[in-house]
Design a protein around this ligand. Structure first.
Ligand SMILES: [Zn+2]
Length: 108
């Protein structure tokens, strides 16, 4: 199953935990689920039961470790998805995305 984020090529078959990437299912809680879908920037799309998003779209502080050593997403956390940046880079939205990106690089 591929990550549900457009342009993301991480796949549950090819990308394993040894790459430091984990896959996370959509929350069942409606409001949060909607927030995730909106974060993906896709309209008129519903995740399937087994749709997942990979850990690359979450911030470090969005994760927690279970007693069994599993990495999970904190309740209420929403993915950060960088949209296609082929638009005008002077646009405020693009600037915001760029700062998000540098933020992500900073926390790595
Ligand atoms: Zn992904």
């Amino acid at each position: 199953m591929r990550c549900s984020v457009q342009n993301c090529t991480n796949d549950t078959k090819r990308t394993t935990k040894s790459h430091g990437i984990t896959f996370h299912m959509f929350p069942k809680e409606t409001n949060l689920r909607t927030a995730w879908i909106e974060a993906l920037g896709v309209l008129d799309w519903e995740p399937r039961d087994r749709s997942t998003i990979c850990s690359e779209h979450f911030r470090n502080e969005d994760f927690y470790q279970t007693k069994c050593g599993l990495r999970k997403i904190k309740n209420g956390a929403v993915p950060v998805v960088l949209q296609d940046s082929s638009e005008d880079l002077d646009a405020p939205a693009a600037f915001l995305r760029a700062s998000e990106l540098s933020y992500q690089l900073y926390i790595k």
